[in-house]
Ligand binder design. Sequence first.
Ligand code: FRU
Length: 500
Amino acid sequence: MNYPVEQWTTELRYKKYQEWPASYVAALKEDVETAPWRLNYHIQPETGLLNDPNGFSYFNGKWHLFYQAYPFGPVHGVKSWAHLTSTDLIHWQKDEVSLLPDSSLDSHGVYSGSALTVGDELFIMYTGNVRDKRWQRQSIQAGAWLTKENELKKIPQALISQPPAGYTAEFRDPQVFAYGEGYLMLIGAQDTRLQGQVVVYESSDLLTWHYRGALHYTEEQMGFMVECPNLVEVDGQPVMLFCPQGLDKKILEYETIYPNTYVIGAALNMDTIRLEQPTPLQNLDDGFDVYATQALKAPDGRALAVSWVGLPEIDYPSFTDGWAHCLSLVKELRIKEGHLYQYPVVETKELRHNERHFKGKLANQTKLISKTSQSFELELNISRQQRGKLRLLADPAKESYLEISFNTFSGKIEIDRTNAGQPFAEDYGTVRQSLIPENEDLTFNIFVDQSICEIFINKGLKVCTLRFFPAEDQKNLLILSEEGLTYEGKLWDLNTLPSE
Ligand code: FRU
C-alpha cells in the first residue's frame, strides 16, 4: 500500500473515525510494522501521524503521556489523544482509554492540552476544534476527568466557549496548573491585530474560568500566533516554553519553519499578569525538528519535558509508509548558572547494554571508532583546543553519514544532515549550528534510534534534535581531523522496546 499525501483531501481527513473500515486499519498497521526507520526506544504512532505531547502527568501511581494522533494516515486529519502510561518514563504501554473527537465540543479534533492531578482524579483540559457549515473554525476549551478506575468522562459543557473580545479563533492548547488557592490556565492565542499572544484565565473550581488578560512575558512581538504555551518551574524559576509562528528573525535567529522557544523569568506576578524580568528569547533546541514541547513539574520535584520531533507543513520520508513523527526522550530540565539545561532522565541509563570504551589519537586522518547498530548511545569527550568531525551512521563507501563538526576554540558545533540518508525539508537548510563557550572541554551524549538523533552537548547545555532517514547499511562510526586530535568515550547499544 502506498500513501501519497495528495490523496488526503479535506473530506477524507475529516471522515469520522467509525467510518474507517477495520480492514483498512489492519492493512495499514501491517504495512507500518514492516516499514523501515521504525524506532526502538522512542514513542512513535502505531499507524498514521503523531504530533504534540499532551496531558503529561503523574497520576494513580503511573506517568501518563498522551499525544496528538491521527491514526488513519500520515497527515493532519481529525485529531484525538492517544494515551500511554509508564512506571519509569522509558517503557511506555498503550492504554486503550483515549480522547476521541466524538462530541459536539470537539467534532473536528481533540486538540492539544494538559492534565493535572486533582484529588483522586486526573483533570484534562484540551481544545475542541469545531468547524461550522461554512468551515469557520470555533475553538472551544473543553475538559474531561480520568478516574482511578481508568474511566474517562468528558465534561458535557464547554469550559470556555469562545475567545475573549479582541482575539481570533486561533485560540488553543490550554495549560492548567495549580496556583495559590486555585488554578491558572494559559492559552495560545492570536489577537485581532494578528499578533501572537498567551492569555491567562483563573478558576477556583476548574469549571468556571475568568479571563485575566494577556500575559506579559517578552517585550517583542511574537509573530502571528503562539502555540503550546507551557510555564514550568525549574530550580525555583518560572520558564515559559512556547512556539511562536511567523516570528521575525531579527528577534531570534532560527531556520526551522517555526521554532520552539523559551524565556526564563524571575517570578510570575499575577497582580500585573507578568513574568518578571524575562530573559531574551532563546531557541529550546538547535537542531531541526523540535516543536510543541510540554513540561511537567513532577511530584518528585523534577521538571520534565518531552517534545514532538516533527514540524508542521514539512513532508518526511516515512509518510510514504503510512506513519509520521515521534516524541523525544523524556528530558529533565535544570537551570545552572542562568542556563537552561535539558538532559534525558536518569532512567534512560537503564536502556544501556554492551558498554564499550574507546580512546584514540589522530594525526590528519579518518578513523573507524566502531561498527554500530542503528540504535545506540555515544558519549564522546574532547578536551579543549581541538577541532574535528564525527560521522555517525556512515555507509561502507563513506558517502552517506550524519556529520557533527566541532571546534572547541570557537565553541562552534555544526550538525550536517545533507548526506545523512534520504533528503527532506531541504528548503529549510540541511545544516544547523550550536554554540558553546569558547575554549572549553566538550562532551557529546548522542542518542541514535533508527531515524532520530538527539545530541546533548555538555550534558544538556545545548541540544540538537533531528530526524534523518538512513539506508540499512549505514552503520559505521567515524572520527576525523585535519590536525591532531585526542578523544575518548563510550558506546552502548540501547535496548529495544516494543513500539508504543
Ligand atoms: C501544534 C498544534 C496545536 C494544536 C495541535 C493540533 O503542533 O498545531 O496548536 O492544538 O497541533 O494537532
